[in-house]
Design a binder for this molecule. Structure first.
Ligand SMILES: Cc1ncc(COP(=O)(O)O)c(C=O)c1O
Length: 401
């Protein structure tokens, strides 16, 4: 009998982060005391002015189809955002809006990849990049940003990975899962490599732009290297910065020929993102930005708490990342140790499974992000929960022999 699953989908793994979240939810439903640190979403609520804009849109009857890749009012708000925050000169013809950052990226890949086309994906990577490339018919080429290099892609590593088949480089700063963010100088050095390879396009996923800490200054590659703007897609969205994960609005700025192709994909698949969510996103981008610094300060404090408590767990070392709401601690010091019930920690998948089993703390194994032996913690939850979770991790680690 022929397989129900298409050969394209057979190449794809289900999302590991969604799987961890689902497993934690299941154990909780069974009455276990579980702390889920797997989900990548802010615990804050969507700000009131944004909710009100959506309610007003419903009451005005803004409940019809819009243009497939976003309504003019939202595109205008995005053009203004790119100008105000990134110094980028896009017009409405350069903007694509979709139901989340995820479909924006998928639309770009589907619109441009042919079988055999390569996409350079620096690891540790957000779980969806390689699988979206596969689903779109391309070949992900993984390169590693080592911990000693702040988990960032080095120019020489990029240079060595480029072939005549390379179509895209994907950048993600600040990064999910490491929180690493590229400085202006680091982006300039990558741009220098890209200048030597005019056939390579850059997709930069700036979803965590607003979450950078200390005196780190956020920049994006099209700003640092304006000469690359004709082959750069700058992806962003309201999910993380505005605590709007459930509303499903992501967007991108890019060259018109690419944006036209992406619109063609959207017009035959999703059509427009929800009209009501689009009005909410207009308010998110045009309305007050006052809550962002407050929330950012809360995240920074949580980052410091988690990094400090993890570094007190013998065998775990945790670097301090520049941004996002993730840390990516190493468990190199725990490999070969044995749990109370006789399981040998042979890698990060076993570590994550045993931690969940022993202490009810759900984290995601580094294997899912393309670099072991590490695990990812999302610290987008309250200080009290984080303290309890880190205490349990310390206790689990201390129990290993
Ligand atoms: C790096 C990165 N890009 C994109 C997304 C997707 O965002 P959205 O929920 O808007 O689809 C996420 C969400 O986890 C992410 O971490």
């Amino acid at each position: 009998m022929s397989s129900l699953q298409s050969s394209a989908l057979a190449r794809v793994k289900p999302s590991a982060t969604i799987a961890v979240t689902a497993q934690a939810r299941k154990l909780k439903a069974e009455g276990r005391d579980v702390i889920g640190l797997g989900a990548g979403e802010p615990d804050f609520d969507t700000p009131e002015n944004i909710k009100q804009a959506a309610i007003d849109a419903i009451n005005r009857g803004e409940t019809k189809y819009t243009d497939a890749d976003g309504m003019p009012e939202l595109k205008a708000a995005i053009v203004a955002k790119f100008k105000r925050e990134n110094g980028l000169d896009y017009t409405a013809a350069n903007i694509h809006v979709a139901p989340g950052g995820k479909p924006v990226i998928f639309n770009a890949l589907v619109a441009t990849l042919n079988p055999g086309d390569e996409v350079i994906v620096p690891a540790p990577y957000w779980v969806s990049y390689p699988d979206m490339v596969l689903l779109a018919g391309g070949e992900p080429v993984t390169v590693v940003g080592e911990e000693k290099d702040g988990f960032k892609l080095l120019p020489a590593v990029l240079e060595a990975a480029i072939t005549p088949r390379t179509k895209w480089l994907i950048l993600n700063s600040p990064s999910n899962p490491t929180g690493a963010a590229y400085t202006r100088a680091e982006l300039e050095a990558l741009a220098e490599v890209l200048r030597r390879h005019p056939h390579v396009w850059v997709l930069t996923d700036d979803m965590y732009e607003h979450l950078v800490y200390g005196d780190f200054e956020y920049t994006t590659i099209a700003q640092v290297a304006p000469d690359l703007i004709d082959r750069t897609l700058t992806v962003n969205g309201v999910s993380k910065a505005y605590a709007m994960t459930g509303w499903r609005i992501g967007y991108a700025g890019g060259p018109k020929p690419l944006i036209d192709l992406m619109r063609k994909v959207a017009s035959q698949t999703t059509s427009n993102p929800a009209s009501i969510s689009q009005w909410a996103a207009v308010e998110a981008l045009n309305g007050t930005q006052d809550f962002i610094p407050e929330r950012k300060a809360a995240f920074e404090q949580r980052r410091d708490l988690v990094v400090s408590m993890l570094n007190q767990a013998t065998g775990i070392t945790c670097a301090t990342p520049e941004g996002a709401f993730y840390v990516y601690p190493s468990i190199a010091g725990l490999i070969g140790k044995t749990t109370d019930n006789g399981v040998v920690i042979d890698g990060d998948s076993t570590f994550a499974a045993e931690l969940l089993n022993a202490e009810g703390v759900a984290v995601v194994q580094g294997e899912a992000f393309g670099l072991s032996p590490y695990f990812r913690i999302s610290y987008a939850t309250s200080d009290a929960v984080l303290e309890e979770a880190c205490t349990r991790i310390q206790r689990f680690v201390a129990s290993l022999r």
